[in-house]
Design a protein around this ligand. Structure first.
Ligand SMILES: [Zn+2]
Length: 390
């Protein structure tokens, strides 16, 4: 079959500092090759057209974010081609997919939690509860594997967590105690909204980030709006990360619960307001952005230290703090990578497609968010078992 090739040229005027320069426009040729009867994996090719990827120097100012990523940019592509570029290779492909996959992972975790963790209210009377423990738990001398099975006649729920107490070896044998129920206050379980608010915050952040990386190349206006949604997503993730920590830790201390929840929510609202300023996305303010989000995250150390002062002897407090430290380490490493732009600053152009700092930052965000999800499960288990008795 004969292949036909139509070559079009699109001239784009590059703005300099927000002002068009009509007298000496820097022109960029974007060839639109329409090819039929030919298959191939040429870069940027989609839906029968080929929108050529361009280098950093050819970008308009609003797309210049990282001078160490030299090539494979999409520049001012139509929205349809930008959407379809999710299936082609460019320097944002991995950024889009890391957080899109992360979004679906958290969606699956939310569905798992909604179907497997008991509801806040039970329609039936008190659930039949069977607690399996290792024999070591009974005398509190060894590692504890606790498998809790809650059966209410309609669903069986298993929540398992394993942790160590002191330093004895693992006891493989399970013993079973089925009555009386161990939950002292099971008329109503602890509120679920802080846990699900966190899951929604994580999903919103991951989805907005993915969308931003996919579509911000379309136009300056799209870039402005999507970057604000991206910043709002990061803020939402940080704010909602506080909710399970503060709500369940200070379940029986309304003053500190309201104080911490109010502080982080107000901080988040202020961060979103500041991020609306156009100057907020300026490349030179990279450290200011990183610093703002890092300070919000680091303020979480206050309720965590408070938790350890009050509940430091309890295994649930130690486990959740461990997860929170893991989350903090991931986020801080992510912030440092994001702001320093390592490794691409060492070898500009070498990591354009894979391995640049923003991709590492995305993976670290997902790892941190997952650690916090595990902490949330322990908080629920702790407060369901004890209510306000501790
Ligand atoms: Zn990103």
């Amino acid at each position: 079959m004969a292949s036909s090739t139509v070559t079009l040229e699109k001239t784009t005027t590059i703005s300099s500092g927000g002002v068009d320069v009509p007298s000496s426009p820097t022109t960029m040729r974007t060839r639109l090759l329409k090819k039929k009867g030919r298959k191939g994996g040429e870069k940027g090719r989609c839906c029968g057209h080929k929108y050529e990827l361009v280098g950093y120097e050819a970008l308009p100012e609003f797309l210049k974010h990282n001078e160490f990523v030299l090539d494979y940019y999409r520049s001012e592509w139509p929205i349809k081609q930008a959407l379809l570029s999710i299936f082609s290779v460019h320097n944002d492909t991995i950024n889009v997919w890391t957080h899109l996959i992360g979004f679906f992972v958290f969606l699956a975790l939310t569905v798992c939690a909604a179907t497997m963790v008991p509801m806040e209210y039970e329609a039936s009377s008190s659930p039949h509860i069977a607690i399996f423990t290792t024999s070591a738990m009974a005398n509190n001398t060894g590692p504890v594997n606790q498998l809790m099975v809650l059966i209410d006649g309609r669903r069986a729920v298993m929540a398992m967590h394993s942790y160590s107490l002191r330093n004895a070896s693992m006891e493989p044998a399970l013993t079973m105690t089925s009555s009386p129920p161990v939950v002292p206050h099971h008329h109503r379980r602890v509120a679920r909204w802080p846990f699900y608010a966190y899951l929604c915050g994580a999903m919103f952040c991951l989805l907005m980030s993915s969308l931003c990386h996919l579509l911000a190349c379309h136009s300056e206006h799209a870039s402005y709006v999507l970057l604000r949604l991206d910043y709002a997503g990061i803020t939402g993730l940080i704010v909602t990360s506080f909710y399970p920590l503060v709500y369940y830790t200070f379940l029986c201390d309304p003053f500190h619960r309201s104080l911490y929840l109010g502080f982080i929510t107000a901080s988040g609202a202020a961060a979103v307001a500041v991020s609306l300023l156009p100057v907020f996305e300026a490349p030179r303010l990279r450290w200011a952005r990183a610093g703002l989000f890092a300070c919000m995250g680091l303020s979480g150390l206050v309720p965590i230290l408070h938790k350890m002062l009050v509940f430091g002897a309890r295994p649930e407090a130690v486990i959740t703090t461990g997860y929170e430290m893991a989350m903090g380490a991931c986020y801080l490493a992510g912030v440092v990578v994001y702001a320093t732009r390592v490794p691409e600053r060492w070898m500009p152009g070498r990591f354009d497609i894979a391995g640049h700092s923003h991709q590492l930052f995305h993976v670290l965000v997902i790892a941190g968010a997952y650690a916090h999800y595990l902490a949330g499960l322990v908080y629920l288990s702790w407060r369901d078992m004890e209510g306000c008795s501790s």
